[in-house]
Write a protein that binds this ligand. Structure first.
Ligand SMILES: Cc1cc2nc3c(=O)[nH]c(=O)nc-3n(C[C@H](O)[C@H](O)[C@H](O)COP(=O)(O)OP(=O)(O)OC[C@H]3O[C@@H](n4cnc5c(N)ncnc54)[C@H](O)[C@@H]3O)c2cc1C
Length: 401
């Protein structure tokens, strides 16, 4: 494998690093202290700068105004942007829009693409993805109660979803709903585009997560679909193919997420090392002289390196042998990187003592918000079970000495 980073990517990453340091990190104290909506005008100004620098929407197709980077190139960008909680949103490559753009591009009709892709890629509108239900296990999404029933030219949707991230202020949701209850478990659900101003689409609340309900992009909505009526032409892809499309979101989306988490690790690690270097713990003694702290620093550096290489390897596998062959790698990075991140943030926070618990650094924000990484995008345990199952299958009838 070739680990060389191209000159083009070195230039791009250098520009992003500088932008994150100069423009985004200084905004973070305000971002953590104020309602998100009050910061939108300032964020819009930053987005304009990103567009002027021609770094907008790095992962999206050029034909829609993105940079058209490939998977590994965008992985490096995602790592650089992950250092700030504002990074991906300011550069127009944030979830869940990124995944929605991918599936609209791949499965949308010409009319759907024309209507939604240009404003979505341009950042003029936002979207959300509405699959998890309040009463049923998100870990086993074939168990789904929300239905879409045909009535004339429309679908009528009924059900209750939650954790529809960024629903507040979104222009539309891509909702996963049961359209074919008589079919096999993986062919019952479809994805349907639901404009948030459709009658019967109700944002009940932004769910408080770790003490913070958030708002606008930075929120997680509970949605009640009450006789919500949308035209049948809003169906995305084929009826009953919701899970087929969902599979398509998985590989590249996982790489983006995991590299964002590596970016968070890098930031937390920098803060930890700098604090250890500077904090006087006894006369003429810095915290960095303590072996236990040195051990944490060495372990975290090695863990981040290992996790990062696993993600880049998984991206390389996707690009060279395809998603199906890379299934184990795609699952393994999910739980390895989420746990590495949690451990690195925790140690960085510990090294900061009381300061780590405040919002005077970004660590407490990361600690609250990134715990969810072990739950969303498939809980760790679900990935571990499926990796183990596949590995064990390879041992069936295999002689081992
Ligand atoms: C911050 C955040 C953002 C999210 N954003 C979105 C979004 O935008 N759109 C959306 O649709 N959903 C979203 N989700 C929902 C997320 O996908 C689900 O929470 C996740 O799939 C788990 O489902 P659940 O919460 O119903 O937990 P359950 O399915 O009830 O599982 C609970 C726990 O049981 C264990 N478990 C489950 N299955 C197994 C198994 N097979 N073997 C062993 N242990 C198991 C795991 O520890 C798991 O954490 C988000 C969640 C969070 C926290």
């Amino acid at each position: 494998m070739d680990f060389t980073v191209s000159d083009k990517m070195k230039t791009i990453i250098g520009m992003i690093d500088e932008f994150v340091d100069k423009e985004l990190i200084p905004m973070e104290p305000e971002f953590m202290a104020k309602p998100a909506r009050s910061l939108l005008p300032a964020i819009e100004e930053k987005r304009k700068l990103v567009k002027q620098m021609e770094l907008w929407a790095p992962n999206h197709p050029k034909e829609y105004g993105g940079m058209g980077l490939d998977l590994i190139e965008h992985a490096l960008v995602s790592e650089a942007l992950g250092r700030s909680p504002l990074g991906h949103f300011v550069f127009g490559c944030q979830a869940p829009d990124a995944g929605n753009i991918e599936i609209l591009h791949q499965f949308g009709t010409d009319e759907q693409k024309e209507k939604y892709l240009p404003p979505l890629v341009d950042g003029k509108i936002r979207s959300c993805f509405s699959m998890t239900e309040v009463e049923l296990p998100g870990s086993n999404p074939v168990m789904m109660d929300t239905t879409a029933v045909k009535d004339g030219d429309d679908y009528v949707i009924n059900g209750q979803k939650w954790y529809t991230s960024s629903a507040d202020g979104a222009a539309f949701a891509i909702a996963m709903v049961v359209t074919n209850p008589e079919a096999g478990p993986y062919l019952q659900a479809s994805m349907i585009i639901v404009p948030t101003d459709a009658p019967g689409f109700n944002l009940v609340r932004n769910i408080p997560v770790m003490g913070h309900a958030g708002e606008d992009y930075f929120s997680h909505g509970e949605i009640l679909y009450q006789n919500c009526r949308v035209p049948q032409k809003n169906l995305l892809g084929q009826e009953g193919h919701g899970f087929v499309i969902a599979q398509e979101r998985l590989g590249p989306g996982r790489i983006h997420h995991c590299m964002r988490w590596i970016g968070i690790c890098n930031r937390a690690f920098d803060l930890m090392a700098a604090r250890a270097r500077d904090r006087i713990i006894a006369p003429n003694r810095k915290l960095a002289t303590k072996q236990i702290i040195q051990s944490w620093i060495a372990e975290c550096a090695a863990d981040i390196q290992a996790a990062r290489l696993m993600v880049l390897h998984a991206a390389w596998m996707i690009e060279t042998v395809g998603k199906k062959e890379a299934r184990n790698e795609i699952s393994m990075i999910k739980f390895v990187v989420a746990n590495t991140m949690q451990n690195v943030i925790d140690r960085a926070l510990q090294v900061h003592g009381g300061l780590g618990m405040t919002d005077d650094t970004v660590l407490a924000f990361f600690y609250r918000h990134e715990r969810a990484a072990r739950i969303y995008d498939g809980a760790d345990e679900v990935h571990k079970v499926s990796v183990a199952r596949r590995i064990l299958k390879g041992y069936e009838g295999k002689k081992v000495r």
